[in-house]
Design a protein around this ligand. Sequence first.
Ligand code: SF4
Length: 392
Amino acid sequence: MNVILEEGPLSTIAEKVLADERIDESEALQLYECRDLNALGTLADICNNRKNRRRVSYILNRYINYSNYCILSCAFCSFARKKRNADGFQLSTEEIATIAEQAVQQGITELHIVGGLHPSLPFSYYTDMLHALKNAAPGMSLKCFTAIEILHLAWLSKQSVIDTLKELRAAGLNSITGGGAEIFRNEVRRRIARGKESAEEYLDVHRIWHQMGERSTCTMLYGHVENLADRVDHLRQLRELQDETGGFTGFVPLAYQPENNTIPVTVPPTGVDSMKTIAVSRIYLDNFDHITAYWIGLGVKSAQVALDYGADDLHGTIQEEKIFHMAGADSPQERTKNEMIQAIEETNRVPVQRNTFYEPLTLHGSSSQKQTSDEESSAVSPGNKKQEKAFI
Ligand code: SF4
């Protein structure tokens, strides 16, 4: 018998989850505080298997940071630089287009492009960059800019957010990134990201993008000065917007990295904390199809384990990650396609190469397609039902 079911109220929550009913915020908090990590993981795994069976997706993507100059100084940020700093940089549109041409040769399907809030680049730099990328790599999916960058670009272009997004889309933007959410609650936000956009502004940028018929991802930076209730409040706001628009393709929890910044937290979140965060997210965010184990922040090994705690996506090959590594992440800078596939297969799950919108491009069957379909069918019925019964 699992401890989770011996602790009175938790058995009620488990029964709701098994009955595919929505849990509320106080129940999510109780799950977070639950001491039986494996029971929590089993519940989250059941929720994940209902949605994704044994499939785990990854994407062939490449990160590009066009610049790290930023007019803000978020306390948690180790990436931003001022013009006076020797290690500040900014790429020309030609340099970015050259990277895109190389990415095409490598079979990359998505460029993930973000930067700081640059103090002097004009709005035309961003539209020129998108045009240049579409010329250099016509079929490439361009996932660019966080919500705060969109607000910065709206300010630069002296347009509303919707008109700015329309102009960026016309120039080639396919999707916006989920970065910049941090923790929504004001008290926390003031401590770690003073001057950054409010939670309402972040959500509003995504709302408008979704209302334009487009999709985006969303994130939560956890493991710094926030408490568990702050995290649940963050998840609540994401779930509410998803109820309203249905425009989020997936949720990406980001483990805080403590180096080279001014936050008085010196260690990253523990493995237990990260597995709980993945599991509670999977159970609570019942209107999200996908939860990502972001291996850059978790490390590859923990990201593999997270696939048993509710995650169904391993993000991408990435190639040149700067933001987390400047903050102390000790994961590799990139993974090859074969390494992504191997990492997933080692967990006895089925790797699926996806596109930006989590649509499958290639279903890999290591032994045979029969094994794949057997694994998948066992995940939705008898094995999984057995798993649910054992849990009750
Ligand atoms: S987190 Fe983003 S907005 Fe904040 S300082 Fe860093 S680059 Fe600038």
